[in-house]
Design a protein around this ligand. Structure first.
Ligand SMILES: [Zn+2]
Length: 401
């Protein structure tokens, strides 16, 4: 029914913007009724039927969606765009990163961090799960409107180095805690292939009630290392003289080998998963069921195409019911920091995957993965989730709030 006094609503809502578009995705589903978002200073004041909204409605062509969550990024590698050629394979890529990451001073790197954060904001992103090895991103982040979960990353393949690695990461934790809420800072392992058992034993003591993130099964040699003790990682460590004499192949996949440590966390974001198997997924389901560990699979398809020229088995992850979220990884392995571009690549590689699915991964699931679902991921009264207008034909986005 038409509201009888539209001018009255105009009076009540004179300080709010009234926004609508051809389609509205609220983070979990399409709104089927034509609705108007009432927005004030980024906060959604209400969502009301069109007939009740009165005059002065901003009407757009396209999809209204909550702001995007980039669940996996390395802001501190933003100065490395185009530095490493595509298709090196992961081991070659890591070798190049280690050799070349410090070619600029910290001050010069910071300029690239600031640019990267602005790029993400302009691409409709509102929150980022960011992997941190040092303090260089702190000041650019303090100046950015983006929200962050800071994953302080630890690696160390030589067992004797474990105590020093722990000492360093706790120093980094103190530096971040001076500026950011401790709820959004966690110590996190880099990858199964780069953490010694001794380091895992110390690391797991920091996992209780935490969200952690780990690069998982990004390349075939990662599983080969654990299953057979051979392959490109062993060659790589030998070249660098990084000897882990305590390492014994487990005969099982990398994920299965480190799962006993991961299960100490409240929530685990498994990043990449290009080589994940059905038995790994069964174990994830079991850990979720029996000891309530929440696992998320973070897909970074542009980086997988860049580094390994492969795509992750997304339908297998969907079938297993593992919640999926999306990440861009860094500018060292991506030409953009753009969640909508990740969606475009997923749609190109897997045409049966719908906008409804990918938008949920990019919004609500990402917000849950980063422990930010109280504010982000959903268009709902009282939230300040960011409001994006998406043109689905050109995969372009405009931030309306
Ligand atoms: Zn990464």
């Amino acid at each position: 029914m038409q509201f009888p006094f539209p001018y009255l609503y105009n009076f009540i809502y004179q300080y709010v913007r009234k926004i609508t578009a051809s389609q509205i995705f609220n983070g979990q589903k399409w709104l089927t009724e034509q609705a108007i978002l009432l927005e004030n200073d980024g906060t959604i004041v209400d969502i009301i039927p069109t007939n009740d909204a009165g005059l002065d409605i901003e009407e757009y062509n396209g999809i209204l969606s909550p702001g995007f969550i980039n669940a996996h990024c390395h802001v501190e590698l933003s100065h490395m765009k185009n530095e490493i050629p595509p298709h090196t394979g992961l081991v070659g890529f890591i070798e190049q990163i280690l050799k070349r990451r410090d070619f600029l001073s910290q001050e010069e790197q910071s300029k690239y961090h600031t640019e990267a954060l602005q790029l993400m904001w302009d691409n409709g992103i509102v929150a980022v799960g960011d992997i941190c090895n040092g303090t260089s991103s702190i000041i650019p982040k303090l100046q950015s409107p983006l929200m962050f979960h800071h994953f302080l990353e630890v690696s160390g393949w030589v067992p004797a180095g474990a105590p020093l690695r722990m000492e360093k990461i706790k120093e980094l934790q103190t530096s971040f805690a001076e500026h950011f809420n401790h709820k959004h800072i966690s110590i996190t392992p880099h990858a199964p292939y780069s953490v010694s058992s001794r380091l895992w034993k110390e690391l797991k003591n920091t996992f209780a009630d935490q969200i952690i993130s780990i690069h998982n099964q990004e390349t075939v040699p990662e599983n080969e290392l654990f299953q057979y003790g051979t392959g490109a990682f062993i060659d790589f460590y030998n070249r660098l003289n990084l000897i882990n004499s305590e390492f014994k192949p487990s005969g099982i996949t990398s994920f299965q080998s480190v799962a006993p440590y991961l299960q100490h966390a409240k929530q685990v974001i498994l990043v990449h998963n290009t080589e994940i198997s059905e038995t790994d997924l069964l174990l994830i389901q079991q850990l979720n069921r029996e000891i309530s560990v929440n696992f998320f699979a973070c897909i970074c398809i542009a980086a997988n195409l860049y580094i390994e020229n492969k795509v992750p088995p997304i339908p297998l992850l969907q079938e297993a019911g593992i919640p999926i979220c999306l990440g861009t990884d860094s500018l060292a392995s991506n030409t953009e920091l753009n969640v909508l571009h990740e969606i475009q690549l997923i749609h190109e590689q897997f045409p049966s995957i719908s906008w409804e699915q990918t938008l949920q991964w990019a919004t609500w699931n990402g917000a849950q993965a980063l422990g930010m679902a109280d504010q982000f991921g959903k268009l709902e009264k009282g939230r300040k989730p960011g409001i994006c207008l998406i043109d689905p034909s050109s995969y372009s986005v405009q931030k309306l709030a």
